[in-house]
Design a protein around this ligand. Structure first.
Ligand code: KIV
Ligand code: ZN
Length: 510
């Protein structure tokens, strides 16, 4: 059985999903969970893209010990040197360097001739190999590149010091048969190919990312790249949990597996979904809420008689267990700490105390506190509070269809300002008041609400997407009151825009 390396790019390609902008402490939380999940490499970000990304990558590189940490770089000396500064503290720092090789990218995006692309790729890999123990080179848009050119450039970058060669399907264009044929071609036409590992990186524009990745594995690649829940640029990346479970369930077909701790699958998926604000569709394979729900009577009858009649993946395999200890009013610090550890929450004493206090407050209102509640609270209390903070909220609403809200917010300089406004509903009234307080237009692009468990005492989680100062950002708010959660999510999104503005961003390649 071959072991396939898992290269997770949730924190880089995944973070390129529209509206997703994670705080550094959220990235670190995801990084710890990825480490627990057992990924081989995590791509922590693109250090040269912004000061914020640099610091987040550096922090992750210094703290993660069980796997390699990678950073993305364009093919310039400045990007490579910046990445090295961010990554040099990692146990196995890896540079992921890319350059486009397709005719359309070379001519219109890079405005470079193929021989210039070849020279640039070789020079940058040579420089990177002097610093990094592992250099991964990606031929961006490989699947729309000329195969002969690709074979020649791959041979040259291997000679220059690349240890991993990645052939991304950057625009999600290829098919399983074509992608596996490409890898076979490269193996046959690159004389020094035995010196490197081959890697697959697929996007999901045609809904084929997982199928293409599995085809690449069948064609012999050593590494597969993707993200948790398949989040990423446009239609997203290949969903790593789907690939790993497919390999586990169909060992007979693929003869390959990963070192992932599959019981961490659901937890990892939930954490990423919560922190990014990207919902997991209920019918999503492996981690969707309905993935193990049997609705039809015939199916239910079959599963009761023998689970394998309709259930090819057992819920336990992905970490869904039905007999969890329920926490509530009488649970003490010790039990709570244990549950947090099982949920993979790593916290310093202060964060733990804040979380425990929030938990205790919740038990006053809610009889049973679920894992979902704890995760929601943890993501709410974690990290430094920066930017605007909700100071007070008052709402009056009746059946006449006009709601009036009074909102107080604490500004970053500590002063408190208050305003009132009306709206057709309570949420609209709150958001209009906040817009007045900010004194600038805010466009609400999306508003979602979900509960952490069933029952009227459940916590409300509100996710919004807003446009402010020309930036689009997601925000999240958690509270046992939906209107307070709505207010918090709005301010959270505004704070993320403000943080983003502190850093200069550059566009990445794919
Ligand atoms: O999809 C892609 O081509 C990328 C590159 C940066 C490797 O993400
Ligand atoms: Zn990509």
């Amino acid at each position: 059985m071959r072991i396939i390396d898992v290269f997770d790019t949730t924190l880089r390609d995944g973070e390129q999903s529209a509206g997703v902008n994670l705080h550094a402490h959220e990235k670190l939380e995801i990084a710890y969970q990825l480490e627990r999940y057992g990924v081989t490499v995590m791509e922590a970000g693109f250090p040269a893209s912004s000061r914020g990304d640099f610091l987040a990558v550096q922090d992750i590189a210094n703290r993660i010990k069980q796997c390699s940490v990678a950073g993305l770089a364009r093919s310039t000396q400045a990007d490579i040197d910046t990445a090295w500064e961010a990554l040099k503290g990692a146990v196995e720092p890896r540079l992921h360097i890319f350059l486009a090789t397709s005719p359309i990218h070379m001519e219109y995006k890079l405005r470079m001739r193929p021989d210039e692309v070849m020279e640039t790729a070789v020079a940058s890999v040579r420089h990177a190999a002097k610093l990094f123990p592992v250099v991964e080179w990606s031929a961006e848009d490989a699947t729309r590149s000329d195969w002969d050119f690709l074979a020649r450039i791959v041979e040259k970058v291997i000679d220059a010091g690349a240890k991993v060669i990645n052939l991304p399907d950057t625009v999600g264009y290829t098919s399983p048969a074509e992608y596996s044929a490409l890898f076979r071609y490269i193996r046959e036409h690159v004389p020094n190919i035995h010196r490197v590992k081959l890697s697959a990186h697929c996007h999901d524009d045609l809904g084929l990312a997982v199928a293409n990745s599995l085809a690449a594995i069948e064609a012999g690649v050593d590494q597969v790249e993707g993200t948790i829940n398949g989040i990423g640029e446009r239609a997203g990346n290949a969903s790593l949990e789907e690939i790993a479970i497919a390999l586990a369930i169909r060992k007979d077909v693929y003869q390959a597996s990963t070192n992932l701790q599959l019981q961490q699958t659901v937890l990892t998926s939930r954490l990423v979904s919560k922190l990014t604000g990207m919902p997991v569709p209920p019918n999503k394979a492996v981690v969707g809420a309905n993935a193990f729900a049997h609705e039809s009577g015939i199916h239910q009858d079959g599963v009761l008689k023998h689970a394998l009649t309709y259930e090819i993946i057992s819920p336990e395999m992905v970490g869904l267990s039905s007999n969890q200890l329920v926490l509530g009013k009488h649970s003490g610090r010790h039990a709570f700490r244990e549950r947090c550890a099982e949920l993979g929450l790593r916290m310093d004493d202060k964060s733990f105390n804040d979380l425990f206090r929030a938990f205790k407050e919740l038990t006053e209102k809610k009889k049973e506190v679920t894992d979902e509640d704890i995760l929601a609270l943890a993501t709410d209390v974690a990290g430094e509070r920066t930017g605007y903070e909700l100071q007070m909220l008052h709402i009056s609403y009746g059946s006449n269809g006009v709601a009036t809200s009074t909102v107080g917010i604490r500004k970053p300089d500590g002063t408190v300002v208050r305003e009132a406004a009306t709206g057709q509903g309570s949420v609209e009234a709150i958001y209009r008041t906040m817009e007045r307080l900010l004194n600038e237009p805010v466009v609400l692009k999306d508003y979602r609400i979900q509960s952490t468990s069933s029952g009227p005492d459940s916590l409300a989680e509100v996710y919004v997407k807003v446009e402010y100062h020309g930036h689009v950002a997601n925000g999240r708010g958690v509270d046992s009151d939906v209107l307070l959660a709505s207010a918090k999510s709005f301010l959270d999104a505004i704070n993320r825009v403000l943080l983003k503005e502190q850093f200069e961003l550059v566009a990445t390649g794919g």
